[in-house]
Design a protein around this ligand. Sequence first.
Ligand code: NAD
Ligand code: UDP
Length: 316
Amino acid sequence: MHLRRRILITGGAGFLGSHLCKRLLEDGHDILCLDNFFTGTKDNVLELLDHPHFELMRHDVTFPLYVEVDEIYNLACPASPIHYQHDPVQTTKTSVHGAINMLGLAKRTGAKIFQASTSEVYGDPKVHPQTEDYWGHVNPIGRRSCYDEGKRCAETLFFDYHRQHKLRIKVARIFNTYGPNMHPNDGRVVSNFIMQALRNEPITIYGDGSQTRSFCYVDDLIEAFVRLMDTPDDFTGPVNTGNPNEFTIKELAEKVIELTGSKSELVYKPLPTDDPTQRQPDITLAKEKLGWEPLVQLEEGLKKTIPYFEGLLRSV
Ligand code: NAD
Ligand code: UDP
């Protein structure tokens, strides 16, 4: 028998949150989408607003929240370096105070709670590919620290609430993900490169482009979230969620030019400080515990993403 669950999604009007809202509505649940619209927008959930089981609420997770729910997906936090470095104190508050408030809500209601953690907890990793038992190599006082250390502290809080208050927690460490509903100006590499290519502007490669990332298409990631939430209570994670196919940033630029038929040239800019040199998830644990692995590879995923950015350009 299908049970309709009341699900709170913080950061629900953002890139990942909007896809998660849609997916869980389709699965027949009641969705409370909460967002302060710092980086997310109503446009991302416009098509859901008339759905009888969807509710949108403007709220900042750094303030307490009193609602009755069965499950919480805590995604609220700016994710792109430009956005999270814009107001770094607020970024740390969002991760830490936001986690405390949502964990408090889970404690009062008995809800199961999911945390959108990140590969950034590994920092500039010295272990490759990254496994969940690696403790990371993180600068505590640099420009990325507000995000990295905020997310690390949130993980600490999740595990302490689990040990101390027996909360049912699920922690996913998300690796670079892309797809429709990404913010066009968020400075992330996939959105930047596609927008630049579509406008035939120079493609900005930071450093020499030899740094690597492994890119996951959004539908694959959302499937992992839902599967993780449904695992038995004794499985908490952290679990790496991402696509292990690794590319250099230069390879990504060339692929985007090819798929858009762009006339753009490559230009090289200084590498931002603490920019990780390589990143690739080891997803053995996700395969074993979630029975999951990504199905959409980079070229196919880019082909699904480019029309979204073309649509944005047509509408301005
Ligand atoms: P996003 O910026 O599109 O979404 C974040 C959402 O949170 C936005 O809608 C924003 O308005 C909202 N938000 C920010 N601060 C808030 C606050 N104080 N109160 C309420 N809402 C707030 O980013 P995304 O890519 O969708 O990321 C979602 C989550 O996944 C984030 O927690 C991020 O750290 C994590 N993550 C994403 C990636 C990725 O590649 N997309 C990788 C690792 C981790
Ligand atoms: N990057 C780049 N050009 C851009 C934007 C990003 O070369 O216009 C590089 C960036 O320096 C990093 C990689 O692409 O090495 C991924 O950057 P992003 O901000 O998307 O994510 P993160 O660094 O958080 O993985």
